[in-house]
Design a protein around this ligand. Sequence first.
Ligand code: HPA
Length: 271
Amino acid sequence: MSDIDKSLEIIHKLSDDKPEIGIILGSGMSGICNEINSKISINYNDLPGFPKTSVDGHKGELIIGKLNNVPILCLNGRSHFYEGDNKSMVLPIRVLKNFGIKTLIITNAAGGINTEYLPGSLMLIKDHINFQSSNPLVGKNNDTYGPRFPDLSNAYDQLLRRRIADIAKKLTIPLHEGVYLACLGPNFETPAEINAFRILGADAVGMSTVPEVILARHCDIRVLAISVITNLAAGITSEPITHQETLANAKIASKNMISLISNFVYKISNN
Ligand code: HPA
């Protein structure tokens, strides 16, 4: 039996729910877990092939429960390329696919390159630039999941973006819309890199999300992704950037993130 099938068997044994919406929580976003009712939680260590998360703010548990009365499956914590394995999210995304997830909501912490973005604000990702110098689909293609050359022209589903933008407007939650640039990390960028990225059209920078988006689109899961702008990117102020600062600002933004996501899941599951 493959690790994917073993993981699925463990999840099915613990839960009868059949959620079609998945959520990946980035750094400092786990507050949303408190809003999930009737939940079961499985540590990644107990799911064959799931990554060991090694970063503060990334707990490493799979949760199934109800958010705003809507069944959801939540990955609380991810692993990143800079942790050493560019395939580490392949198995979790394919478990989600086989489980029946149709829509994936991805969150992350990011530095604001666009000087109009303040720490604590939210940015809906409309497109990305992959500067990670790697890709989770490198190697032999698994044709059962998707094509060798997947199309990414509507990677961040336009219809879903319009829906969440409408919700944000109704809730009077400011929501920027911009381009996310993914670096490999783990260092924060240099001021010269940030200047270059701005010229290239990036609005925010981070070290995650793009691998999961590529994997999800490869197997035809719809994607919506939101960044919490946790700090001004390097060189915009003279202050150094720290992981503690990013976690603190992620917490501040998390109330808005929770309202947006819980209203969004309700909306897409009810029409
Ligand atoms: N750069 C890269 N990743 C990040 C940042 C940043 O400024 N802030 C939060 N994650």
